[in-house]
Design a protein around this ligand. Sequence first.
Ligand code: PEP
Ligand code: MG
Length: 325
Amino acid sequence: AQERYASIRDKRAETRCGTIVGLQMNAGLMADLPSLEGSGAEGVGLFRTELQFLIRSKMPKRSELSALYARVLDAASGKRVVFRTLDIGSDKVLPYMKANDEPNPALGWRAIRVGLDKPGIMRMQLQALIRAANGRPLTVMFPFVAQFEEYRAARAEMDKTLAREARLGHVLPSHLEVGAMLETPSLAFAPKKFFEEVEFLSIGGNDLKQFFFAADRENELVRRRYDTLNASFLTFLEGIVARCRETGTPLSFCGEDAGRPVEALCFAAIGITNLSMRPASIGPVKNLLRRSNLDEVRQVINEARDRGDQSVRPAVMDYLRHQTP
Ligand code: PEP
Ligand code: MG
């Protein structure tokens, strides 16, 4: 499939109306890294660090992690890599950590909640990241932040870790960016101050959608019941775009839906112009974006919504079918 899009691999995802959409890739294993070249990704928009923890039978050591993250940064050769801190719990359970018997793991003790309650693991990971950067730029993102205070607490851990690393004589990153994933509807309504303080936000659409519709992403009976292009969901996403614009907060989308061309097109049309997806999706998404006029797509979306369509998908598909190639 990548050969099919080879001719546009080194071209930007510039739409017919002149908007440039940033396309990054999602990764988590060393095996993903060669795709950074082959896919034409501009960077790694989501590096799922928990995968390295999940494939082991015991807790990795700080030195092992640091060596691994350094290899990721080497492979990226200067392209931005967004390291997401451990996102465990719910569907991702570490075999060597005592499992909690939770009635609703998706709503349970997971991700940043574990990180803040058991700061030892998070500190170890932050140290490993700082040492891996070793004077290079570093980008860190906290998963599943549901309220401002959680971001503040995680950010404080980061600042404490930086100070400790400096005292120990380690070289600090030349530039540090600390952001959060927006995966719970609550964070979309956080105070304006949060949007000002957080350095960037990335919408975790897989989780955000599951909580928006109260539909388990793992449950076959309901997981496809609500369309991502549902008019209400798009209106909700537009609200996030508006808040980020107001405060100048960089916004991206890194859930699986970003890799579906029609979804990606609609996200770009409502103003989410940074998308991170599996490497194989970059070609198809870029191809559609380059042929599209976002102003027209936005109009099609608005008309469908005004008509009361449940999903804007039929209208957008119809529009695309009548496009000149
Ligand atoms: C998401 O929730 O959309 C996301 C990118 O994180 P994960 O799929 O790893 O939960
Ligand atoms: Mg998630």
